[in-house]
Write a protein that binds this ligand. Structure first.
Ligand code: COI
Length: 356
């Protein structure tokens, strides 16, 4: 028994050795690429089945200039995070949800996709291989970026003849340069992110290229990001460039309903469940832009942004302020509940976390 205890202690010492961590400054990580050791690569065969996935050193990839993704945007991405617990165990948050969403997006984009099992196993393998890049508990997380792309050559417009699934990772901290301070959004009423019948509801790469113009203009004017309106009525809230939006009034938390133009965020879905469990009323519905002026709090959710408080919103020159600094009460409560779960600090009654 003594021997057993000693060897257990020895193992614990080994895993908590600081040399197990990559030699970088873990303080104040932002959201920029820090290259790590390995990436995962898996190709489809002629009939669209993915086989022979493998880890390889992280680095540039080779592709035909006429690859479907480069010419016609046939590509999808995902995002999820791995957290290091104080005991050095690693937690993933709902990875099968990302797998399912990638498969739904692939259907819309005429692409084959890895199975849910292949996706989740590949994520686990990639995170394990890059374990030394997972920030120490409380310093951030490892952002995991799965990509699916038409890598085969095309010239005429058609689905690519071959597909590649990649996963790369990067340690990250706060998404917005404001850190945890509230962000300032501007409501965009001319440019739109998505149209009914389009691809706004899937995580295709082009959706993100489409928002760069409005986002860049907004940032140049000092705003943190852009809040988009529906393109038909130019009246109902859709989402922010990289995250979903929630509006709080009293005990009621409202968020735009998923109807094809809004990305079905996994953090969005999780926050709705957390809020319901905590006794809030949650409404998924059309949320009119005027409701911003009557709200107690606004916050954004997403894998990258987690729960980000919105301090101010500007719409057609009118500005409304919710919080000067820090979180509003509701956003703070939901942020704490969600991140405690993700970091393994509270009991995971929903079974959302997956230990490596
Ligand atoms: C994420 O939150 O994971 C996203 O995909 C947003 C991305 C623009 C960083």
């Amino acid at each position: 028994n003594l021997v057993c205890q000693a060897s257990l202690r020895a193992q614990e010492t080994v895993v908590s050795e600081p040399s197990e961590l990559a030699d970088i400054d873990w303080e104040d990580l932002g959201f920029g690429l820090i290259p790590t050791d390995y990436m995962y690569v898996m190709k489809s065969d002629g009939s669209g089945n993915f086989t022979k996935g493998k880890l390889q050193r992280f680095g540039n990839i080779e592709m035909s200039p006429s690859a479907g993704v480069l010419n016609y945007g046939q590509g999808l991405f995902e995002g999820l995070k791995a957290y290091r617990k104080h005991d050095n165990n690693i937690l993933l948050f709902r990875p099968e949800e990302n797998a399912v969403r990638m498969r739904m997006g692939a259907e819309r984009m005429c692409m084959p996709a890895p199975s849910i099992e292949q996706f989740v196993e590949a994520v686990k393998d990639t995170v394990s291989a890059n374990k030394r890049w997972i920030p120490p508990a409380g310093k951030g997380s490892l952002y995991v970026r799965p990509l699916l792309m038409g890598s085969g050559a095309v010239l005429g417009l058609a689905p690519a003849p071959e597909y590649t699934f990649f996963i790369y990772v990067s340690p990250v901290g706060n998404y917005f340069k404001e850190g945890v301070a509230p962000i300032h959004l501007i409501v965009e009423h001319e440019l739109h992110r998505a149209t009914p019948g389009g691809t706004g509801g899937v995580k295709t790469i082009g959706n993100y290229a489409a928002v760069l113009k409005a986002q860049t203009a907004a940032k140049a004017r000092g705003y943190s990001d852009v809040l988009y309106l529906d393109c038909i009525h130019k009246k109902y809230l859709e989402e922010v460039s990289s995250c979903n939006i929630f509006v709080v009034k009293g005990n009621v938390i409202s968020t735009p309903a998923i109807k094809g133009t809004i990305l079905p965020g996994i953090t969005r879905k999780s926050i709705i469940e957390v809020a319901l469990n905590e006794g809030y009323q949650v409404e998924e519905r059309q949320v009119a832009v005027e409701e911003l002026f009557d709200a107690d709090e606004i916050f954004c959710t997403g894998t990258a942004v987690v729960v980000s408080p919105v301090g101010r919103v500007t719409y057609r020159g009118q500005r409304v302020t919710y919080v000067e600094d820090g979180f509003g009460i509701v956003a703070q409560r939901l942020y704490s509940s969600l991140t405690s779960l993700q970091m393994g600090l509270s009991e995971d009654k929903m079974n959302w976390t997956v230990e490596l």
